[in-house]
Design a protein around this ligand. Sequence first.
Ligand SMILES: *[C@@H]1O[C@H](CO)[C@@H](O)[C@H](O)[C@H]1NC(C)=O
Ligand SMILES: *[C@@H]1O[C@H](CO)[C@@H](O)[C@H](O)[C@H]1NC(C)=O
Ligand SMILES: *[C@@H]1O[C@H](CO)[C@@H](O)[C@H](O)[C@H]1NC(C)=O
Ligand SMILES: *[C@@H]1O[C@H](CO)[C@@H](O)[C@H](O)[C@H]1NC(C)=O
Length: 256
Amino acid sequence: MEPQAGLRVLLCLALCGLGGARGVWSSGNQEWKKLIMVHHWPTTVCMEVGNSCSAPPDYWTIHGLWPDKSEECNRSWHFNPEEIKDLLPDMKMYWPDLLHSSRNRSLHFWRHEWEKHGTCAAQLDALNSQKKYFGKSLGLYKDLALNSILQKLGIKPSNNSYQISDIKDALVSVYGVAPKVQCLPPKSGEELQTLGQIELCFTKDLQLRNCTDPGEPAPRRWALWPARAAATSLGLEVCEDGPAFYPPPKRPTTGA
Ligand SMILES: *[C@@H]1O[C@H](CO)[C@@H](O)[C@H](O)[C@H]1NC(C)=O
Ligand SMILES: *[C@@H]1O[C@H](CO)[C@@H](O)[C@H](O)[C@H]1NC(C)=O
Ligand SMILES: *[C@@H]1O[C@H](CO)[C@@H](O)[C@H](O)[C@H]1NC(C)=O
Ligand SMILES: *[C@@H]1O[C@H](CO)[C@@H](O)[C@H](O)[C@H]1NC(C)=O
């Protein structure tokens, strides 16, 4: 597939140049090996909480950028919104708190992400301030361009289902690395799982890498991940092979 090969080259141009220097670090916290860029599908996040969101975005947004094996690496490094003032328009657009629409709620979400994940990611020179952590996360999200890539691959929200293996294969064909794909399992009475999160993983040099290592045991349940407590990662699990819904956003009907 020529266009996709071309895309991959473009992506490499965009991403391969991002490598940050590796920080020398010694801390009591477990050492982590990869960064996970977690995208979530707002409509599914809203389904998890009983559709309590109003007008979720119709694009994949950022859940977080997470080191794989560490959390809360520095409890005295508090979130300071002043430091990311310049990023606020992008933060609101691409990293919104989907569950709480009140104006300052997103600050709590970002604080949570910083304190739990950012303080660990900050072990890398490329991410060692709040401005760098949030700014680089937004940069990686934009470079990955998951939304337009899914569109180009013909994977669009639909009332019909997709095979999980088709979605994964398509993503591998573009990014050249294996993603991790998470679903909301079917509720009783439902037949299908629902696509919820797509993770793409990076090395400490911020190069794309497979999310799973060779020989790593097959799908773990989401609940076993270190980041289990977040209110925004409720019932997701690694998708089962087979069909899944990729639900269209529910738009409030306006009386146009
Ligand atoms: C934790 O963060 C504070 C505030 O930024 C900093 O002064 C301190 O050196 C950090 N501690 C470690 C172990 O990095
Ligand atoms: C929202 O946050 C801003 C800046 O931190 C603060 O000045 C304002 O009082 C907050 N508003 C509410 C309703 O909490
Ligand atoms: C999907 O189903 C909903 C509800 O049945 C309907 O309103 C919508 O138009 C359908 N969308 C497509 C793309 O078929
Ligand atoms: C990464 O994943 C792809 C697709 O699953 C696989 O073909 C490749 O061998 C993996 N690479 C490494 C370094 O594990």
